[in-house]
Design a protein around this ligand. Sequence first.
Ligand SMILES: [Zn+2]
Length: 66
Amino acid sequence: MIAVCIECWEEYNPKRKALGYKTCLECGAVNAQKAIAHKKKCSAPLFNKGAYQYVGSKEVAKWIGR
Ligand SMILES: [Zn+2]
């Protein structure tokens, strides 16, 4: 099963598609950054950002080492 990002048409990890994501890790990160920037008006979710980056880098490592 091939997963193709709806944002940039790059192939991405099919596991992401299984999780319900329609974008690659990069576009997903951009969207997450937008959401974080939006929320920043009220608070600074540093913990959430760190957790996301940890999961993201782990996923990237898996993806590169395929
Ligand atoms: Zn993409």
